[in-house]
Design a protein around this ligand. Structure first.
Ligand code: PMP
Length: 450
């Protein structure tokens, strides 16, 4: 028995893995990872895997990054964690200052939590509670986009719209208003992303016109609906949405948990539309992929609506035990320090161009309906027939074949259904990009055969 097999056996005896049909592991090997370095992960038998998906989109500057390692180690010897109710610490303060400085204008207050879904819950609760504190108790609903994803806890799941994750729990979820989104995969042939995104806004305008009185906020993933198969849209939609939310007195929640910190080409995706949301949800890349931490940035106006004598019971009485964890904050500060000391966005532009060149040949593949890209995110939509974009039946799990092939060739791809995508750490080299894409190409060639 190999070292991998030994650990796998122990694992499967006791561990229940996230987002997994555990029975799959009767056939599909579980990969026990011993160590990571840069874009590479190494298992217990010495096999290496290029982490093409940044370990669920969290890793920015590589595994075992020396700068972040140092910062966390130093913090560890000083203060690992302290309650953030009634107490504070240097890393939490410094990080909040930094986030206020680098996020879009007007976001002046930072509320911490410890994962993305919790950040979404906080934004939803804060928005609802804001209107309530203002006496607008009829506002108790949310508008969301088709194909959106905001996390797995019940509130976050309710404002999401990916059937695979949501439908089972339907009876438990609050009712939301779901509007057709600007997903540009669905545009007419020859129509530009911009024209389509503008056209799709009519549905949002209509929903706001009808429901604004009872709606607290619209929640969106700016520019890329990541868990919804990496579907993309034009920034103009965000500009129109900001303007309409103002007009209808409805909050705008921007969930940049997946797209923040440079993934779309700018530090935050909202920058491409030159807008500030009322709530900005951050997590994942916030700590460079090191530790669970999230933050909700909001405005002075929101903060002030809660600021009152205790007896008036307007306070936001929401907490998580690990809120503002010191090690997480330190990892985040080190991560943001890298953005400050190096031209990360500039170097990402070169990497994004290299990815674009590498995937160009997929465009003519008979089983590829679309190759799309926003900054450092590239996705390939696999279909049964290019003409008419007829999809493969989902039961055939073609994407899984690409995953298997990737593993056999040392590349960790984790397709979303039949969408193969790349979202690598920013320390990837052009050579590694070519390797990653070549393996995906071979994987697709095999996956489309009967
Ligand atoms: N929002 C978005 C846009 C996400 O992509 C995710 C995670 N994939 C979440 C929220 C939830 O974050 P977490 O998994 O940390 O709860």
């Amino acid at each position: 028995m190999t070292n991998n097999q030994r650990l796998t056996e122990r694992d499967l005896a006791v561990l229940w893995h996230p987002c997994t049909q555990m029975k799959d592991h009767e056939q599909l090997p579980l990969i026990p990872i011993k160590s990571g370095q840069g874009v590479w992960l190494e298992d217990f038998d010495g096999n290496r895997y290029l982490d093409a998906i940044s370990s669920w989109w969290v890793n920015l500057f590589g595994h075992a990054n020396p700068i972040i390692n140092q910062a966390v180690k130093r913090q560890l010897d000083t203060l690992e964690h302290v309650i953030l109710g009634g107490f504070t610490h240097e890393a939490a303060v410094e990080l909040a200052e930094k986030l206020v400085e680098i996020t879009p204008p007007g976001l002046n207050k930072c509320f911490y939590a410890d994962n993305g879904s919790s950040a979404v819950e906080i934004a939803l609760k804060m928005s609802f509670h804001y209107w309530r504190n203002l006496g607008k108790t009829q506002k108790n609903r949310f508008i969301t986009l088709e194909n959106s994803y905001h996390g797995e806890t019940l509130g976050a799941l309710a404002v999401g719209n990916v059937a695979l994750y949501k439908d089972t729990y339907g009876p438990l979820l609050m009712d939301v208003i779901t509007v057709p989104g600007p997903d540009c995969y669905l545009r007419e042939e020859g129509e530009s992303w911009e024209a389509y995104s503008i056209r799709r806004f009519a549905d949002m305008e209509q929903a706001l016109a009808r429901h604004a009185d009872t709606v607290c906020a619209v929640i969106v993933e700016p520019l890329v609906q990541c868990a919804g198969n990496m579907r993309m849209y034009h920034p103009v939609y965000l500009r129109l949405l900001r303007e309409a939310c103002d007009r209808y007195a409805v909050h705008l929640i921007a969930d940049e948990i997946a797209v923040g910190f440079g993934r779309t080409g700018t530090l935050f995706a909202c920058e491409q539309a030159a807008i500030s949301p009322d709530f900005l949800c951050l997590s994942k890349g916030l700590t460079g992929g090191y530790l669970p931490l999230s933050a909700v940035l909001t405005t002075d106006a929101v903060y002030q609506a809660f600021y009152d004598d205790y007896q008036n019971l307007t306070a936001f009485l929401h907490s998580h035990s690990y809120t503002g964890n010191a090690l997480g904050c330190r990892a985040a500060l080190a991560t943001l320090g890298i953005f400050q000391s190096q031209d990360v966005l500039g170097s990402n532009r070169n990497l994004a161009a290299a990815m674009a060149r590498a995937v160009d040949r997929f465009r003519d593949h008979p089983n590829v309906a679309e190759v799309r890209q926003t900054g450092m995110i590239v996705a390939i939509e696999l279909v049964k027939h290019k003409a008419g974009r007829e999809p493969f039946p989902w039961q055939e799990r073609r994407g899984l074949r690409v995953y298997r092939h990737g593993l056999s060739q040392g590349v960790l791809l984790r397709p979303l259904g039949n969408v193969i995508y790349f979202m690598p750490p920013y320390v990837i080299t052009e050579q590694e990009i070519e390797r990653m894409v070549a393996v995906a190409w071979q994987g697709i060639q095999q996956a489309v055969q009967d």
